[in-house]
Write a protein that binds this ligand. Structure first.
Ligand SMILES: *Cc1c(COP(=O)(O)O)cnc(C)c1O
Length: 721
């Protein structure tokens, strides 16, 4: 029997009766991918909306009652409100979702999706970067398609660090504390009116975690939180931050996520048939599931075989050193009880995750996940190949091509990243049902019906919006009285909206080569300062606090930004997050991505850019190798492996400059119609939308996960039941 779980929206604000449903809207992130729903909040008071970082819960707590009363009596507002509430209710009540129509026999099944981070919206900062944003987009799409899926992760009360750049270009980090009352999270209570909690065993103690729920459309995301009186001060901090460098914290977190996550779902009465590990951090979930079966009488072998059939693992890391792993002394400290309960020797247990490196042996989480998952995938075609080679040692009798790791190329949740105005164009020219046929390439042929003039008007509008955003931030920084004038310059006060603008925003990991375009500095300065055809570049991104080379990279870029010779046309925006990402991928003209091939497993920001009509200039790595067709953007370098990184940097940088000088810049400035429209440019923009939007949407991606990874588990189970 299902346990009784009480899930009541916190009684956080008092609302006029006429608009009291704002509360249910605020506690469901559905609003975050529906621009009209967002406007239901924003139009009440735009300044407060910006002040609270676009967080509806915080907004409703802060906005003045008189303003709520005013809109509750404003017929225009009420028209919007009623329409949105009606759409929301219809969405939530819809019983004929795509999944329900296609798989009517499977609607009662359950899929669990575990991830260390979830990037759903900037107002819930429990993500660091691409991995989290992918997980967030996966949940949103699962909601749209109607998949019976639940997410499991952590509510980090300190989120990921915030970034400031000092005058000499050094990254400083800060902490943003999450105010729980302001977050769109709902506490869960049991029958006894006590918070739903679970516990795990760590050396010498039990550690407790409370379970919170976040509603993402129809999907519930369960977030664990160890900040409880029953825990020691150190354990309270366990779920405080992402990606700790302290390996003991890290392994404890991963035990909590994997083993604690399984216990949380059980406690809630959720019985998943499919267990999806998004990256190896959650792989201990497989151990917990095996323990459950062993405790009820199975042998280890039988239990492992059963568990394996219903585990799905997605790997994201193409570099061996980048994979999550623990020294064996930590395994000795944390797992003796587990291998004893499983009737295993230490050696047999270590075998589950054993990786031998030149520095010795470690316990590697992806190895554990691969050992205990029947189905595993990389996140692009090339990354699939790279992964099969990288993990070949686990299948010594197989050739690399036969290693059982497939690929499902990443996508982005279209509605979360599409500018509202671009969506209006699609509404008008693609037909009313475009949102239901998102992954149908035939639909997108109609992009050619969009008049150039209208498309260009939207592109220019989005660019002005970006520049307004940049200006406002720079002004606020300046008015804070804490920055040097040169930093205001670096913040972008000299940008101007009619110049060709390139965006480069991502984590500052060295393989992403943020400094590639600085390689021939004189050539760059020429490009940037050409009086007839100037180019601007906006950089943004954080380096992991422990990544010294990454921080040096920021400093190197910042030095160029501050150089008077670049005329303020190189810019570095501090504190990259999903909000800034949205402005950038919608507002620039060119999205540049030049990682060292094949280290970019997929990359997703370029997909976000593409669907807004921003053109990609990117290395033939990850998704772009599959997306580029010779006429929908530009490819840097060759689709080939390079042995010498220095040589690769040299060739790629030449290719980068050549494309800019010979093709991109002239096309943007010179090929204009008499009414100043860059017709050839827009032809590429349309080709880019036509080919890339359907292919790199999570609509296609989640359907592939369902068909290739989830369904075999779901139908397998049906047969045995
Ligand atoms: C999309 C996104 C990423 C991932 O971008 P990549 O191109 O994969 O590096 C990282 N951070 C934020 C905030 C994003 O929105």
């Amino acid at each position: 029997m299902k346990p009784l779980i009480k899930k009541e929206l916190p009684n956080n604000f008092s609302l006029p009766r006429r608009i009291s449903r704002l509360s249910s809207l605020a506690y469901n992130l559905w609003w975050a991918w529906n621009p009209d729903a967002l406007n239901v909040f924003r139009t009440i008071n735009k300044r407060v909306w910006d002040d609270v970082g676009h967080n509806p819960v915080a907004f409703l707590r802060k906005v003045e009652r008189s303003q709520l009363n005013a809109v509750a009596n404003n017929p225009y507002y009420l028209e919007l409100y009623d329409r949105v509430i009606q759409q929301f209710d219809a969405y939530m009540a819809d019983e004929s979702t795509w999944f329900a129509r296609e798989y009517p026999g499977l609607t009662e099944s359950a899929i669990a999706y575990f991830s260390f981070e979830f990037g759903l919206h900037e107002s819930l900062p429990v993500y660091a970067g691409g991995l989290g944003v992918l997980a967030g987009d996966h949940l949103k799409e699962a909601s749209d398609l109607g998949l019976p899926l639940s997410g499991v992760g952590f509510i980090y009360n300190q989120g990921y660090f915030t970034q400031r750049i000092t005058e000499d270009g050094w990254q400083e980090t800060g902490t943003h504390y999450l105010t729980f009352e302001d977050a769109p999270i709902v506490p869960l209570y049991g029958e006894d009116d006590q918070p739903v909690t679970i516990s795990i065993d760590l050396p010498g103690r039990n550690v407790f975690a409370r379970v919170w729920a976040v509603q993402v459309g129809r999907i519930t995301l369960y977030l664990l939180d160890t900040n409880l009186p029953a825990n020691s001060d150190a354990d309270k901090q366990l779920t405080a931050r992402l990606y700790s460098n302290d390996l003991e914290v890290r392994i404890s977190q991963e035990i909590m996520l994997g083993m604690g996550g399984v216990r949380a779902l059980r406690r809630l009465g959720i019985e998943p048939t499919v267990w999806h590990m998004n990256e190896g951090h959650s792989a201990f979930l497989a151990l917990e599931r095996i323990l459950e079966l062993v405790h009820s009488g199975s042998s280890y072998e039988d239990a492992a075989a059963i568990v394996k059939r219903t585990n799905v693992f997605t790997t994201h890391t193409p570099v061996p050193a980048g994979n999550d792993q623990f020294p064996l002394w930590l395994i000795d400290k944390y797992f003796p009880n587990v291998w004893a309960e499983l009737n295993m020797t230490r050696d047999q247990f270590v075998d589950l995750g054993r990786q031998t490196t030149p520095w010795g042996e470690s316990f590697c989480m992806p190895v554990l996940a691969l050992h205990l998952s029947e189905r595993a995938n990389g996140v692009s075609e090339l990354h699939g190949q790279v992964s099969r080679r990288m993990w070949n040692f686990m299948w010594p009798n197989k050739r690399p091509d036969d290693v059982p790791i497939t690929h499902i190329t990443n996508g982005v949740h279209t509605f979360s990243w599409l500018a509202r105005r671009m969506g209006v164009l699609f509404d008008e020219y693609l037909g009313a049902d475009w949102k239901d046929r998102l992954d149908d390439p035939a639909l997108w042929l109609s992009v050619n019906n969009i008049p150039d003039r209208e498309l260009w008007a939207v592109r220019r509008h989005l660019k002005r919006k970006l520049f307004l955003y940049v200006d406002n931030r720079a002004r606020a920084a300046w008015q804070s009285g804490t920055i040097h004038p040169i930093q205001a310059l670096a913040d972008g006060v000299f940008l101007e909206p009619y110049s060709l603008t390139i965006g480069f925003a991502r984590r500052f990991a060295t393989y992403k080569r943020a400094n590639l375009i600085l390689r021939d500095y004189e050539r760059l300065i020429q490009l940037v300062t050409n009086p007839d055809m100037p180019v601007q570049i906006i950089f943004a991104g954080k380096a992991h606090p422990a990544d010294e080379p990454g921080k040096l990279l920021i400093q190197q870029v910042y030095r160029a930004v501050k150089d008077s010779r670049s005329g303020g046309r190189l810019v570095f925006l501090e504190d990259y997050d999903m909000n800034m990402a949205r402005f950038l991928v919608q507002g620039v003209d060119i999205w540049m991505n030049n990682p060292r091939r094949p280290n970019e497993a997929s990359g997703t920001s370029g997909m976000k850019a593409a669907l807004n009509g921003v053109l990609n200039l990117s290395v033939m790595d990850g998704w772009w190798r599959e997306g580029f067709n010779g006429k929908n953007g530009w490819a840097i370098g060759e689709d080939a492996e390079s042995v010498d990184p220095n040589q690769q940097d040299e060739t790629d940088s030449h290719s980068l400059y050549d494309h800019l000088e010979n093709e991109i810049i002239p096309l943007y400035y010179k090929e204009r119609t008499p009414d100043d429209i860059p017709a050839k440019w827009l032809a590429i923009v349309k080709e880019n939308i036509r080919t890339l939007v359907p292919q790199f949407s999570t609509r296609r991606m989640v359907k592939e996960y369902l068909q290739e990874m989830y369904l075999p588990c779901l139908t397998d189970e049906k047969k045995t039941v």
